[in-house]
Design a protein around this ligand. Structure first.
Ligand SMILES: [Zn+2]
Length: 51
């Protein structure tokens, strides 16, 4: 099965948003392509108001 698992992720350090491969339950090493920080978290698909 070839499925595109492009998850939108955001860097908690510089705030850079990018798409990357993310599998639920799998801890992969993800680093921000901009600043190289590993403080990257996947964003939910649904838009959620900040607050
Ligand atoms: Zn960054």
């Amino acid at each position: 099965m070839a499925e595109d698992n492009n998850t939108k992720m955001k860097c908690m350090r510089c705030g850079h948003e990018f798409f990357g491969h993310y599998e639920k339950g799998v801890a992969e090493e993800r680093s921000c392509p901009k600043c190289g920080s590993f403080s990257v978290r996947p964003l939910p698909e649904k838009k959620k108001p900040t607050g």
